[in-house]
Write a protein that binds this ligand. Sequence first.
Ligand SMILES: Cc1ncc(COP(=O)(O)O)c(C=O)c1O
Length: 376
Amino acid sequence: MELTKVNERIFLSSPHMSDEGYEMQYIKEAFDTNWISPLGENVNGFEKELAEKVGSKAAAALSSGTAAIHLALRAAGVGEGDIVFCPTLTFSATANPIIYQSATPVFIDSNYETWNMCPKALEEAFEKYPEVKAVIVVHLYGLSADMDKIMEVCRKHNVAVIEDAAESLGGYYKGQHTGTFGDYGIFSFNGNKIITTSGGGMLVSNNEEKVAKVRFWATQSRDQARHYQHSELGFNYRMSNVVAGIGRGQLKVLEQRVEKKKYIFEFYKRELGVHDGVEFMPVNDWDEPNYWLSSMTLSGQVRPIDVMEALEKENIESRPIWKPMHLQPFFEKYDFVGTDVSEKLFGNGMCLPSDTKMTNEDLERVVKIIKRLWLK
Ligand SMILES: Cc1ncc(COP(=O)(O)O)c(C=O)c1O
């Protein structure tokens, strides 16, 4: 057995290629055939395989999750001056594309039951802004939002729904894959995600025409003509055939990665959950998360900053919960609907190292350092 190297860095969540070398097989094929541009077998194959995996009719492979959100907003017809509801507790990449479209975000609070968009706050927002054009829902840290309630409110108001499932690939709500409830879903294959292509994203939808349109926009909106003709604004957002090869290989080990993430979460919960003031992220009966990042809140004598500092001293990465968008200098001028739930989660919460390459010894090393804090 390999001995634990005491000072070896433990990461929050870093790339983990398959032991079988699936990724290299696909990449090699792309090289051998010189298909290394944003065209080819791997791009088509990755789209098809991911769509099948999540249960969506069609998918478009793009250069990032952010690009996918951007084009989902365009597909939903969001343009200048339109209002878009967006969870406040998320990464800025959820909100930035709203600004790219010259639209206006209205930030919605979380609830403690899901840490995700609060359906009640969402209803309040609809009362205040009945003209809203689209709603973005996020499945934070792989936990699913309460989709039945959210979809009911959104359908009542006949508004487009975009699911930012960047963090929740491999996670299910009531047996259905997150990212497939709304009109559009997006996934990210950024380096820290549950599977990665080094960088990349995917848009999924049951509307095949819209997905075809997204592919068209993503390749500079080239009209079908012998010469270069453009009737619409274009983007260079397509995924390359090499990158898609990594994705195809990684998709084969997605279930393995979810299993390991769950193991990590359960290990922490068992070891740390008994301590005063510790509460782990909520896993609801209807939720089968991918446990992307094991997260907890601390309200007793030990604070998140104590844990993060103690871990960093020992060369172990951890991080706070996302800082809400309505508290960000760039976004604070936009409206916010809710109370102080997301602010409290930010103030009291943190993400523990959840790297799928971690050994039992690594996990023990992490909990030992944290447990010492309660002895002080
Ligand atoms: C919630 C959320 N949305 C969007 C993104 C953006 O994805 P990408 O980095 O692929 O652009 C990320 C991650 O990076 C994310 O965590």
